[in-house]
Design a protein around this ligand. Sequence first.
Ligand SMILES: [Zn+2]
Length: 216
Amino acid sequence: MVFRIVSFSILISSLFSVLCFGTVIFDAGHGSPDGGASGNYGSLEKDITLKLALSAQEIAVFLGIPTRLTRDSDESIYSQDAQTIRQKKVSDLRNRLLIAEATSQPVFVSIHTNAAADRISGLQVFYAPSESSDQLSLVMTEWFSRYLPKQRIRQPAKAPDHVYLTKHLRCPAIIVEYGFITNPQEEILLSDPTYQFRLAFLSLCGICQYMNEKGA
Ligand SMILES: [Zn+2]
């Protein structure tokens, strides 16, 4: 109950600033034919990321926060002229960047699940090389740390230089790896609609707080 009251009061108090500030882009990672990573129980990253993005958008719409999705269906968003798998992947990423560039004052949140050969677990936010992205990653991580088991939260880190979107985006931009789909326990959690809603809600709390502080 306390969680709900505190979260809602921050969200509502942030709302006015948010309306003045910009648009949140929820970028559901991957999309057919690119399934992303997969779990032992058969979950695919592309399906979980889409559900998280749709959940986040639903909450944002309810609160009146302007949002865009880079994809709202199973398909990735490569252009018609892309033929090979590689061309489709490159085109898909470029089109995601173009969406951000065509949006006024965007805040870009790329949604992914992590993968590893062993059973490591944890949620981690990666930020683009800019102060605003770094700040956004810290605020988001604080929200996750506050309401999810501490051992499940990793420290934010700068996205590796070769990551296309965080390398090219000029707006506040983060990649949230919401957990390891390769860890059986986390795969079950990530596939659970209640947990998905919780992750989406906490993400919005973080975004609202960031926007509120930015707009202040
Ligand atoms: Zn991914």
